[in-house]
Design a protein around this ligand. Structure first.
Ligand code: ADP
Length: 608
């Protein structure tokens, strides 16, 4: 008998209620209709197709771009007692033959395949089984407008059309731009698809932008708060990845690194150490992350600013997939903007205007004095966005707004006077800051800058504040910073501003308060980790995972462990009430976790 979505949700996946949009799309797909679901990372896309696949009681085929992603999904499904398998380039011949047999026999609910499979004999196999449902995960890969175009995705539509009975086709992606959406529908040949775009908000994520004088110190200070919890640090260059990873290791933090210049072996071992919770911190370029389903990433820290919000939100969104509080911290500096601009100027000419617009929005995000969450949601075109969220650095008052029009005029005049005094030689921001603050340094005097009229004009401000203002003027396009040497010069916007100034408002982080205290208060992520029971359950989870050769978060998510700490289940019935515990997991792990809870209680009573 076909089971109902709610029953499957509870009995198999162990959850009580659907999230926004899930039930609607599940019902549409189950009724045989094509569908397109646009949902942000972590929103819960997988259940939207896994449940109709289980309801179909025949094999549904899932096209997915990455082996690691497929493997994770299959492991997780099997843990929940669902019959699933993957066929990809790493699958041995014998194993594949067994999977084919099993599928023919009707013993498989979901079969995950890479799109490249569709080119060979596998299409013939599909014609012979005629699946009721074909699911396309990461569907934006079919679009040339997207950032991950995969030509083999173009094979999906012809293969679907060649099946004896046309299946329902359901496509899922987190990419929301209208071009990509249109492309997904037309390239996959979706017919009158049920379409759903759930909100882009991820309520459990805390957004924060910092403008530190010393990124290494700021990032290190942050990570040292919780040296054992999982986090990702994104850097824009391989060099930054290596040096920051070394710095963490030198400070006793177990960190691994990942970028395209490392050997396959090192990349694989880094990834594994991170996923299996052996190394808490992953320092990586954006080459890392797609297809990583690790649900217990508690923070994503950007050491450099990405070149657009789309990329930023996708990367930051890898935090807190389990729904527990997680941080998205962006450390930003004016150099980041110059790097991004440089790459845009190297790119194909026709793509540059759009890329510049997107960079502009990213820079605005770093400088906005308003709600960071609202900024992102507005960027994605979300309607009825609340003005303030009380869960971002700006809303919780860690920054202040300052009108800096007068200071800006002084800074720009100083750049002008310094160029005049030195016969047009360019200087970087360090010298500019020293001159403005009236420094007695020898290099200032030797250049004769202690004689110019702008010397010491910003004496009352700290060096950090002056530097922030200079960076702000670079970000706003009133000053240009050279690519090879970071020397400052005027742009087309400078003279008009000097002649007719308009008010300039800058967001400033409160001086000195970037202290541990504040980070701790802001971040909820250390709370769960403080609990002794949580630590014990985490160790138990790790031991089980190691024994079974699966990642710890596939055994139970952090959310499930937290719920166990709160509910303190005494028997199997209680244990089934824990979110993320279905029948299969109760049977597999119930005893071990119940024993751990009992043991912990006993110890507590003995102590108390
Ligand atoms: P996405 O593919 O959209 O990035 P996932 O499908 O990986 O997200 O889901 C993210 C997490 O949310 C997973 O740990 C999943 O088990 C959990 N989840 C999904 N739907 C629900 C639900 N209705 N209730 C509770 N947890 C859910």
């Amino acid at each position: 008998m076909t089971r109902q979505p709610h029953e499957i949700l509870k009995k198999i996946f162990g959850y009580d209620s659907f999230r926004k949009g899930q039930l609607e799309i599940i019902e549409a797909i189950a009724s045989g209709r094509d569908a397109i679901g646009i949902m942000p990372t972590g929103a819960g896309k997988s259940l939207c197709y896994q449940i109709p696949a289980i309801m179909a009681e025949r094999t549904a085929v899932v096209i997915s771009p990455l082996i690691s992603l497929m493997k994770d999904q299959v492991d997780a499904l099997r843990q929940n007692g669902v019959r699933a398998a993957t066929i990809n380039s790493a699958t041995e011949r014998d194993e594949a033959a067994e999977i084919f047999r099993e599928t023919r026999r009707g013993g498989m609910s979901l079969l995950y395949v890479a799109p490249e499979r569709l080119e060979g004999g596998f299409a013939e196999f599909l014609r012979s089984i005629s699946p009721p449902l074909v699911i396309v995960d990461e569907a934006h890969c079919v679009s040339q407008w997207g950032h991950d175009f995969r030509p083999s995705y173009l094979n999906i539509a012809p293969v679907v059309e060649s099946l004896p009975r046309r299946p329902a086709v359901a496509a899922f992606t987190a990419t929301a731009t209208p071009e990509v959406r249109r492309d997904v529908i037309s390239q996959l040949g979706l017919r009158d698809p049920f379409s759903i775009t759930t909100g882009f908000d991820r309520e459990n994520l805390f957004f924060h932008v910092e403008h530190p004088a010393d990124k290494n110190a700021a990032a290190l200070r942050y990570i040292k708060q919780f040296p054992t919890v999982s986090g990702i640090v994104y850097c824009s260059t391989r060099k930054n990845v290596e040096s920051f990873c070394d710095l963490l290791r030198a400070n006793g933090i177990k960190a691994v690194r990942y970028h395209a210049g490392l050997s396959d072996a090192e990349r694989a071992s880094s990834q594994e150490a991170f996923i299996y919770d052996r190394a808490p911190v992953m320092v990586a370029t954006n080459a890392f992350g797609m297809g990583i389903d690790k649900s217990n990433v508690r923070y994503v820290l950007h050491y450099n600013m990405p070149s657009n919000i789309d990329a930023y939100y996708q990367e930051a969104g890898r935090a807190g997939r389990d729904g527990l509080p997680a941080d998205c911290v962006l450390l930003y500096g004016a150099r980041d903007i110059m790097t991004a601009r440089f790459f845009i100027e190297q790119s194909q000419e026709e793509t540059r205007p759009a890329a510049r617009r997107k960079l502009r929005a990213m820079v605005d995000y770093c400088h906005t004095t308003g709600c960071l969450r609202a900024f992102i949601l507005n960027y994605f075109g979300e309607k009825e966005v609340a003005e303030s969220c009380s869960a971002c650095g700006n809303c919780t008052g860690e920054t202040e707004r300052a009108e800096i029009t007068t200071e800006a005029l002084k800074i720009l005049s100083c750049v002008y006077r310094m160029a005049e005094a030195s016969g047009g030689r360019g200087y970087g921001s360090a010298m500019l800051v020293n001159v403005l603050r009236g420094s007695a340094r020898a290099d200032v005097r030797e250049a004769g800058f202690d004689k110019i009229s702008t010397y010491g004009l910003l004496r009352e401000h700290s060096a950090r504040t002056v530097r922030e203002m200079v960076d702000f003027l670079v970000a706003e396009g009133y000053l240009r910073m050279g690519d090879d040497f970071p020397t400052l010069s005027f742009t087309g916007r400078t003279m008009p501003f000097l002649k007719k100034p308009t008010p300039l408002v800058m967001r400033r982080s409160e001086e000195k308060k970037a202290s541990e205290e504040r980070i701790k208060k802001r971040s909820t992520i250390s709370n769960a980790a403080d609990s002794a029971l949580f630590e014990e359950l985490r160790a138990l989870r790790r031991a089980i995972a190691a024994e079974e050769g699966i990642p710890p978060y596939v055994v139970f998510s952090d959310k499930t462990l937290t719920a166990i700490c709160e509910l303190l289940p005494e028997d199997e019935e209680d244990f089934l009430e824990v979110p993320g515990v279905g029948a299969a997991k109760l049977e597999r792990y119930g005893e071990a976790f119940l024993t751990a809870v009992r043991e912990w209680r006993r110890k507590g009573q003995a102590k108390g």
